[in-house]
Design a protein around this ligand. Structure first.
Ligand code: GLA
Length: 392
């Protein structure tokens, strides 16, 4: 569906729900996109580099301030509503509302104030597919409330507060990549973000004759969040061991693959493999950006495969479904690169595929996946578009 149709659909539902109380002059619409990540996985919470981009699948909030202290959240896709007083942030059963409540909590933690509001939200970011629909929800609501109530926040505030909402209220210990990509995305460019300093640079992504296609395993293994937290701890363990030799080390960003190799035995397994992957992956983002500047997508694709290998065997956050989808592409001349994307244990693979071969590619992947897993494989062609914005 086209963006304009999606927005019309959500607006229609807004006016159905709130038509009687609404002042149409005060109704505004905001958009925050989902994200992809080209290279640099699990490096954000290690203070390394990532290379994400925001895509043409987004979350939209149609929203209006109210005269009273009520907040009415209306989830268009579920047709569910949650109403609460803006000063009462107790956690309700509806898990989908935790992102919004987490955002309001962060506003208060910054010493800022808002009044009541009513909103209908929805969009086309597939949920649970690893495109960070949650970061999009957080960034979109905070961006909207910033405008509605003149909070004076800049995009960096929006990113950091959205990440904190997820860490503190939702209880997921994610890094900063997803929120940053959703807020700072730029048309046809990837963002090289230094997660230590938050310095960032846009690199035009020279699509040439290629398209980015996501293949959605449609599985999410229950290990995802517990293993994510375990990886964070394993990285910290590595740092505490290496710190004895290099007291200035604060994160794996300050460590090279050579240092990891030198202390392999003391790090022990699996910590040595975790540290090896992260230090190599941080370097891979830098190398990949050089390749983009050269316009060398062939080598870039090889880096994507190398990332997958590392995630599969060293960082161990892949799963059979993801490995299967990547394996299918290895001898396909139409595919330059493929790898699992995001936290792992399910979600999507990202594939760099020759434009003219995309339909064949999708058919082939769907048939293979159906045969192996009896699942109809959703495939999404994604375009890199601009980040969080008001739709005027
Ligand atoms: C999830 C997290 C991100 C990042 C990725 C892995 O998407 O939300 O912060 O750590 O996993 O790169």
């Amino acid at each position: 569906m086209q963006q304009a149709d999606i927005i019309e659909g959500i607006k229609g539902k807004y006016f159905q729900k709130f038509g009687e109380t609404s002042n149409p002059d005060k109704v505004r619409t905001f958009r925050s996109p989902g994200r992809i990540n080209l290279i640099g996985e699990h490096t954000d919470y290690n203070n390394g580099f990532v290379l994400p981009a925001s895509v043409d699948k987004a979350v939209y909030f149609v929203i209006e301030p109210r005269e009273d202290d009520q907040v009415i959240l209306h989830a268009a896709d579920l047709d569910e509503t949650y109403t609460f007083n803006v000063n009462d942030l107790s956690k309700p059963d509806q898990a989908w509302s935790h992102y919004q409540l987490g955002i309001i909590e962060q506003i208060y933690k910054k010493g800022l104030k808002i009044g009541g509001f009513q909103t209908t939200f929805g969009g086309d970011v597939p949920v649970g597919a690893g495109l960070s629909s949650s970061a999009a929800l957080e960034c979109c609501l905070l961006f909207a409330l910033n405008e509605l109530f003149d909070l004076g926040l800049d995009r960096f505030n929006i990113v950091k507060m959205s990440q904190k909402a997820e860490n503190e209220y939702v209880g997921v210990q994610c890094g900063i990549m997803d929120q940053f990509a959703s807020a700072f995305g730029k048309e046809e460019s990837v963002i090289r973000l230094d997660c230590r300093s938050l310095e960032y640079e846009y690199f035009p992504f020279p699509m040439q004759d290629y398209l980015l296609v996501l293949c959605d395993t449609s599985v999410k293994h229950s290990l995802a969040s517990s293993e994510y937290n375990t990886r964070r701890l394993e990285c910290e363990k590595g740092i505490s061991i290496l710190k004895k030799y290099y007291p200035d080390i604060e994160s794996l960003r300050d460590v090279t693959p050579e240092i990891v190799a030198e202390h392999k035995d003391e790090l022990g397994d699996p910590v040595n493999r975790r540290c090896k992957f992260i230090t190599e992956e941080i370097q891979r983002v830098q190398d990949a950006c050089d390749l983009l500047v050269e316009g060398n997508l062939v080598e870039f694709g090889q880096k994507m495969y190398a990332t997958h290998q590392g995630l599969q065997h060293e960082y161990e956050v892949s799963c059979p479904e993801l490995d299967f989808l990547v394996d299918q592409t290895i001898n396909d001349p139409a595919v330059l690169g493929a790898r699992m994307m995001g936290g792992g244990f399910g979600g999507c693979t990202i594939n760099l595929v020759k434009k003219e071969a995309v339909d064949d590619f999708e058919q082939k992947m769907k048939a293979a996946y159906l045969q192996a897993y009896q699942i109809d494989l959703p495939c999404y062609k994604v375009k890199i578009t601009t980040g969080t914005e008001e739709i005027l």
